[in-house]
Design a binder for this molecule. Structure first.
Ligand SMILES: O=C(O)CCC(=O)C(=O)O
Length: 354
């Protein structure tokens, strides 16, 4: 189990998942959480001044920080304020046929011509998004929208002022202490209640700052790769789990029975550290209204000069990704990667030779 740092989650101040129903919570209740088959443990909620929080981040384990003031000026943001001030730029809005917004990389779609995405990205003005979202809320149908747009220089003056008032002092120190690379982007996410981003991992460090509404975040360490069955690297859904959490297919994905999550519900002002390569499933609570989040994605630290063995789970994931990429290139066809790997392993590496 990768989450090794011994920090007891305070049961009075944290929420368990499937493992501990009925625990009292702040501004939401258990009925607002979707039900899944696997157990979870609580992610610790700590002050950013607590040495245990620093220890967790150093060890690349998740923690909810309750008092960073990271996005303090944005805590007043709501749909009306954003509509007034966010400017006339274009926003990427995903439209999905149900509550699940499975991410796909459009650049990889030519590799898998029969792939039919279950959501569509469209560009629109902010006011069009708001109209569309309100129409869908009224209809209460299956179809949903999710705005996911990198903050850029098209935003209005008041948003710029809010942005400049973020706690850059704290976050810049976090970045420097861990030798992370540059801040690559701040993604603004505006979701409808009940929206789900299915489990996936990113190749970046993430401080995930909740602004409005509550989100349930279920994380899994990189050593649970075998339980979560990511799509092949060349597939548009690279880095996403193939398992449908609402209806797991245990025949295809038997190890999903062994998955164990870490979870927290984050509300306005909370910042969740999502370590690089950690899987995360994120849901806007049912009947919880609109959610607004801004994340802070950073490049990881450079590979250390001296590699320590045994390798950590995330380093092995990086190796597997490189092997898949190299094979795809060498073979000239991503569809040949799987058959070649099978040929290599079958009857040779499946049993213990010791
Ligand atoms: O909030 C969400 O729905 C997804 C966010 C996410 O996956 C991320 O910040 O990496």
């Amino acid at each position: 189990m990768a989450a090794a740092t011994a920090v007891e989650a305070d049961p009075a101040a944290s929420e368990g998942g499937a493992a501990s129903p009925g625990v009292q919570s702040r501004g939401w209740d258990q009925d607002q959480l979707r039900k899944y088959s696997f157990p979870t443990k609580a992610i610790p909620r700590l002050s950013h001044t607590d040495p245990r929080a620093e220890m967790l981040i150093n060890n690349e384990e998740p923690v909810v920080l309750t008092d960073t003031n990271l996005v303090y000026p944005a805590l007043k943001w709501d749909i009306a304020y954003l509509q007034e001030n966010i400017g006339n730029g274009d926003f990427s809005v995903y439209i999905a046929e149900n509550h699940k917004f499975l991410y796909y990389d459009e650049k990889k779609m030519s590799n898998f011509e029969n792939f039919v995405p279950k959501s569509q990205r469209t560009e629109m003005k902010f006011s069009e998004f708001v109209d569309k979202m309100h129409r869908m809320e009224e209809m209460r149908g299956e179809e949903r929208v999710y705005l996911q747009q990198t903050l850029n220089d098209t935003v209005g003056k008041k948003i710029v002022v809010d942005f400049l008032g973020f706690n850059w002092n704290w976050i810049n120190k976090q970045q420097a202490k861990r030798n992370w690379g540059q801040l690559t982007s701040n993604l603004l996410l505006i979701g409808m209640e009940g929206n789900v981003t299915p489990a996936h991992y990113d190749e970046q460090q993430n401080f995930f700052a909740q602004i409005k509404g509550h989100k349930r975040c279920i994380l899994f360490p990189p050593d649970q790769f075998e339980c979560l069955y990511p799509y092949p690297v060349h597939h548009p859904c690279d880095r996403q789990s193939q398992v449908d959490f609402d209806n797991p297919d245990y025949e295809r994905f038997p190890n999903f029975k062994n998955v164990v999550g870490y979870e927290a519900v984050v509300g306005p002002g909370d910042v969740l550290y999502i370590p690089m390569y950690w899987w995360h499933h994120i849901e806007s609570l049912l009947n919880g209204g609109v959610t607004i989040t801004v994340n802070f994605w950073y490049k990881g630290a450079p590979t250390p000069k001296r590699i320590e063995y045994p390798l950590r789970a995330h380093q092995k994931v990086a190796i597997m990704r490189n092997i898949e990429k190299m094979l795809g290139e060498a073979l000239g066809d991503p569809h040949e990667v799987g058959p070649l790997l099978k040929t290599m392993i079958k009857g040779r590496y499946e049993q213990d030779h010791s």
